[in-house]
Ligand binder design. Sequence first.
Ligand SMILES: NC(=O)c1ccc[n+]([C@@H]2O[C@H](COP(=O)([O-])OP(=O)(O)OC[C@H]3O[C@@H](n4cnc5c(N)ncnc54)[C@H](OP(=O)(O)O)[C@@H]3O)[C@@H](O)[C@H]2O)c1
Length: 248
Amino acid sequence: MADMKGQVALVTGGSRGIGRAICERLVGRGVKVAAGYSRNSDAAKELQDKHPDAGITIHQGNIGDVEDCTRVIDEVLEQHGRLDVLVNNAGITVDKTVRKMTADDWDRVIQVNLNGAFYLSSTALPHMLEQGNGRIINISSVIGEKGSVGQANYSSAKAGLLGLTMSMALETAKKGITVNAVAPGYIETDMFSDVPDKIQEQIVDTIPTGRLGKPDEVARVVEFLADPESSYITGSVFDVNGGLFMSS
Ligand SMILES: NC(=O)c1ccc[n+]([C@@H]2O[C@H](COP(=O)([O-])OP(=O)(O)OC[C@H]3O[C@@H](n4cnc5c(N)ncnc54)[C@H](OP(=O)(O)O)[C@@H]3O)[C@@H](O)[C@H]2O)c1
């Protein structure tokens, strides 16, 4: 593993769940972390307070809003002076079958989960190109690879992230920038706790490993991709799903 001290990473949705585990992994590597959040400032401050000497900054903003995305990138550059790693992690669900899904339900999820990643990546890109290095890591989902009842909006956004990943990887491959995706299966976070208990049990029964994943099991793959030595990996999708893709 190469030295990452002095590098700066923006992790959207860094205050909770998978994003928080990613922040903690990167802090452990000496990276200056800028953690994004949308509404829950207590969780973001709690991350900061837990690592008082790590120089973590927290940034409020709705990633579904292009102006918030520009402001957050500006804040990170002002406060840290550079941006080496962008982890497009923040995401939401609004689950309904297509029959019941409104255009607003569709738009909200696409706006945050897919358009947000585009807004941030396209704003961060000129700085990474100027630096001659960068890592963009998009948190997709197994649901973007195989679909899911009641999640057409989420599945489409997460599949769209794979297209964004591959296209940006091709566009930046000769510029010292890598763009990859991580596709988690079901992970123990607030997002999964929102699923009704009975459906949670049915889901766990379908996972070959017989258990949910832990946020850190996703974060360690992100850490690996963010490492300067991972420079020959681009346009790839890393599954972290306990074998779920094979079983269904
Ligand atoms: N958990 C799973 O089973 C699972 C599986 C596959 C993929 N994923 C993906 O992994 C990512 C993280 O999921 P998670 O389970 O850790 O989620 P989570 O526990 O619900 O946390 C979501 C994080 O995203 C932030 N966020 C939500 N909407 C936002 C917005 N509009 N703008 C900016 N930040 C926003 C939240 O900030 P606030 O706290 O301020 O609201 C929070 O920090 C998501 O992209 C999700 O789709 C999760």
